[in-house]
Design a protein around this ligand. Structure first.
Ligand SMILES: [Zn+2]
Length: 287
């Protein structure tokens, strides 16, 4: 077998963990990369309804943070594109705040909800179905989606053609340096694999392909002539939603979810003071 190389910096990838799929790590930039496959049957262990009620408060809070930062930089009527809209909450929040945004979503799981909320969504994969905007979009955003995409280099090149010259690429993404990821790695070392498997979403139909840290995320975009203009922390831990998220995972018992929530409650001060689990990056094309 030929040697695997890092999609960010080209250095060799070394096997790091054997889970349902293998996880490799770049010896140079520390990118974590998996050989997971996208499951086209759309069967997963997650119940969509439970996921809805549980996460909404937290997600919308983070969206408000992102929109406030975006409005502070770009003081005009904005037109954006969201790649991987899922349930459509970002588009809903944009609507509420007077921002025009079109979504692209491969799955039709939430189609009824999209229609009910009158959201502007195109079904299919980016960039195949991407609606073009004259002069490019003011922003293109990924909310918990970028880490699922296999070919990140050709993706970034497509994004550059769809983004206005002064447009902002927003990547809202979980970090490999975050508290939860590190605890999961530690548990895996002691033989408990569930948590790390969950972090990579290997039991869901759309698993993570990469786990970034702040520096290799910037390195990837730098390589494509994009510069980070802002990086900030987003909220990841809301105890009720963490419990609901665990309950939404069919493979976890209610008792276990309750115990885990209690443990998290005790550890909250430590979590709040450690590296953030989720960050948002704003990138601009270099002129
Ligand atoms: Zn690398």
């Amino acid at each position: 077998m030929s040697e695997l190389s890092c999609p960010v910096c080209g250095s060799p990838l070394r096997l790091k963990h054997r889970l349902k799929f293998n996880v490799y790590q770049c010896a140079n930039c520390r990118l974590l990369n998996s050989d997971a496959k996208f499951e086209h049957s759309f069967q997963s262990d997650l119940e969509p309804d439970a996921r809805d009620s549980a996460l909404k408060v937290l997600r919308v809070m983070n969206f408000k943070t992102i929109i406030a930062k975006l409005k502070a930089i770009k003081d005009k009527k904005l037109e954006g594109l969201e790649i991987g809209s899922g349930n459509g909450w970002w588009l809903e929040e944009c609507k509420e705040q007077g921002i025009k945004c079109i979504g692209i979503e491969p799955e039709r799981t939430y189609e009824n909800y999209h229609q009910e909320k009158n959201l502007d969504i195109v079904y299919g994969f980016y960039p195949d179905v991407s609606p073009k905007k004259q002069g490019g979009y003011d922003f293109i955003i990924f909310n918990d989606v970028f880490e699922h995409i296999p070919d990140i280099n050709s993706l970034v090149e497509s994004l550059k053609t769809d983004l206005a010259d002064d447009g902002i690429l927003i990547i809202n993404i979980p970090m490999s340096t975050g508290f939860f990821y590190r605890v999961s790695t530690l548990l895996h070392r002691f033989g408990f694999n569930n948590s790390l498997t969950r972090m990579w979403q290997f039991n869901f139909h759309s698993p993570h392909m990469n786990y970034f840290n702040e520096s290799n995320m910037k390195m990837l975009l730098e390589k494509h002539s994009c510069t980070a203009v802002d990086v900030f922390k987003l909220k990841s831990l809301d105890l009720q939603s963490t419990k609901d998220r665990m309950l939404a995972d069919r493979s976890m018992s209610k008792l276990k979810a309750s115990v885990m929530t209690s443990v998290l409650k005790v550890m909250k001060p430590i979590i709040d003071n450690s590296e953030p689990d989720i960050k948002a990056f704003f990138f601009k094309k270099r002129q």
